[in-house]
Write a protein that binds this ligand. Sequence first.
Ligand SMILES: NC(=O)c1ccc[n+]([C@@H]2O[C@H](COP(=O)([O-])OP(=O)(O)OC[C@H]3O[C@@H](n4cnc5c(N)ncnc54)[C@H](OP(=O)(O)O)[C@@H]3O)[C@@H](O)[C@H]2O)c1
Length: 333
Amino acid sequence: MNDKINVAVVGATGAVGREMMNILEERNFPINKLKLFATEKSKGKRFTVQGQEYIVDTIKPGSFKDIDIALFSIGSTPSKEIAPRAAQEGAVVIDNSNAFRMDDEVPLVVPEINMDAAGEHNGIIANPNCSTIQMVLALKPIYEKAGIKRLIISTYQAVSGTGKAAIDELEKQVKAYVNDKELKSEVYPHQIAFNVLPHIDIFYDNGYTKEELKMERETKKILNDDNLGITATAARIPVFYGHAESLNIEMEEEIGINEIKEILDETQGVEVVDDPENSVYPLPIDSENNDQVMVGRIRKDFSIDKGINMWVVANNLRKGAALNAVQIAEELS
Ligand SMILES: NC(=O)c1ccc[n+]([C@@H]2O[C@H](COP(=O)([O-])OP(=O)(O)OC[C@H]3O[C@@H](n4cnc5c(N)ncnc54)[C@H](OP(=O)(O)O)[C@@H]3O)[C@@H](O)[C@H]2O)c1
């Protein structure tokens, strides 16, 4: 690729798209040309990136002909239709939706773990689900050192994971509550303010939600291990930014807590935040200004042999989506 790259941000007005532009700017990504796309309703909106103003447009045939890398965050249904067209027009698409993640032809990439897989792309590379990215980053060094037999996951996920409309809904509900007004729920089936919903994405007949199954399937694909036992419960909590996860890990080999802390500390993209005596542990609030995946509450599970528990927090819009995508773009360029 050239020294300077022609980039498209597709879904620029959304929660992830906005963060994409922040990250391109913060990391001084070598932009030659930048195009911003969204729907008709956003046409004409203006954003400044690296000191230059850009105007949001709609996608037309030929929109991607001069684009090297297209960062997509528009949801599965439109991605399925538009991303292959963008790839045909010559762009490498890095897609944040669920549309292509489990497609055998599409690499599912966390750069710190399996950037080599990206080399096999056919024009589309998938970004894993936000809750999967932070989890696999924390799991990979343990998986390599001790092997993992079984994983029990409980998530506590921020509303920004649903998108901009959900951020607005939580804010409106909190304001309505303190002003003694009626709370309206449009994005979620129940009030999210001061509540916890054990429901992320659609339910399947087997009782699991799509989010829970995404975590299972994507983790197996990224670690290239279909024998991993994984079960998940995903919950939405009234937090704006930062997903938290409780992980119960049954390992193949015994490994000490101190050693786990050491190998996690040495892992790129991971930071151990674990001093419970001083009330130091990973918090979603701290993920707003921290791009590392924070791991704490690392302790032995005394109920099984070779078991540990830990608490993992990361910024879902950044490492869970936009940052991961831009890191892939950096590696490709
Ligand atoms: N939020 C997260 O933490 C997160 C993490 C990982 C992955 N993702 C995935 O990233 C995608 C976007 O999520 P989000 O949270 O940013 O959602 P969002 O805030 O609702 O934003 C959606 C964006 O897509 C645009 N869009 C929708 N349909 C389009 C179309 N047909 N053509 C062009 N643009 C279109 C919207 O434009 P308008 O503003 O004009 O409607 C908006 O810019 C989803 O697939 C989501 O699952 C999100």
